[in-house]
Ligand binder design. Structure first.
Ligand code: APR
Length: 230
């Protein structure tokens, strides 16, 4: 089976009612990134950060995967699919995708604040507050990668892209590194499709943009895939 790698961002969850970061009504409009998505913000004000992610976790419980998540999951019938997502929501998994790499962590998970990759546990959509600690008495924090922190999953993600036969970039402004540079690991000439309503220029040879929202864009992409690859 051909290897199909999806690089997704907030735009793929927009039609599920989850706000993106940099669109006009984006998440960052009401918050200062440095206060709620930066490791320094955690040491400055743990409560603000915990409340911010508690609110997003509550929203996620009410959100549903949309047709784009479902079509991406259905690709597994025809390809060996790896979804590399910058999103911390669980909508790809809830739509049925079985191989998802979360570059920026997962909203439903927490870990003790003194560990990078130990003691990770799934709390579903529950809140986590100051005073919620592990058995050693260490405060729990969201299992999210904040600005200023390493991106531990970048290696497996880059490996997956380097082995891809087809690459899809969907719903990301390609603003944040190292995620934004991942497509460059693709072998020269690998077909890259990009689904986004806003024009995005990739200086890359075999590249085609579908300027539509994720759900409609995935419909159009499926027609192309059936014609050319399935
Ligand atoms: N369908 C497809 N794409 C959409 C839709 C939609 N319905 N609505 C918006 N978009 C596109 C926007 O045009 C934009 O290019 O989704 C992209 C969203 O970009 P950002 O808001 O920057 O989100 P993202 O690229 O995922 O941000 C990357 O930045 O803040 C950090 O850690 C955070 O993971 C996030 C990272």
């Amino acid at each position: 089976m051909k290897r199909f790698v999806v690089l997704s961002g907030a735009g793929v969850s927009a039609e599920s009612g989850i706000r993106t970061f940099r669109d006009s009504d984006g998440l960052w409009e009401n918050y200062n990134v440095r206060d709620v998505a930066d490791i320094e913000g955690w040491y400055r004000n743990r409560k603000l950060m915990l409340d911010f992610y508690n609110e997003r976790r509550r929203q996620l419980e009410k959100a549903l995967p949309n047709k784009a998540h479902e079509t991406i999951a259905a690709l597994e019938r025809y390809f060996e699919v790896t979804v590399v997502t910058q999103n911390v929501d669980n909508l790809h998994e809830r739509a049925g995708s079985t191989n998802v790499i979360h570059l920026h962590g997962e909203l439903t998970k927490i870990r003790p604040e003194d560990k990078a990759d130990k003691g990770i546990r799934d709390i579903g959509y529950k809140d986590v507050n100051l005073g919620d600690t592990d058995e050693r008495g260490v405060q729990f924090r969201p299992h999210i990668v904040w600005f200023g922190e390493a991106v531990p999953m970048i290696e497996p993600a880059a490996k997956a892209v380097s082995q891809a036969d087809i690459l899809l970039i969907i719903g990301t402004s390609l603003n944040v590194y190292p995620a934004a540079g991942l497509f460059r690991y693709a072998r020269y000439g690998t077909p890259i499709f990009l689904i986004d309503p806003q024009k995005i220029d990739l200086d890359y040879p075999n590249f085609r943009q579908i300027r539509k929202p994720a759900t409609k864009g995935m419909e159009e992409l499926m027609e192309i895939l059936v014609e050319q690859y399935i």
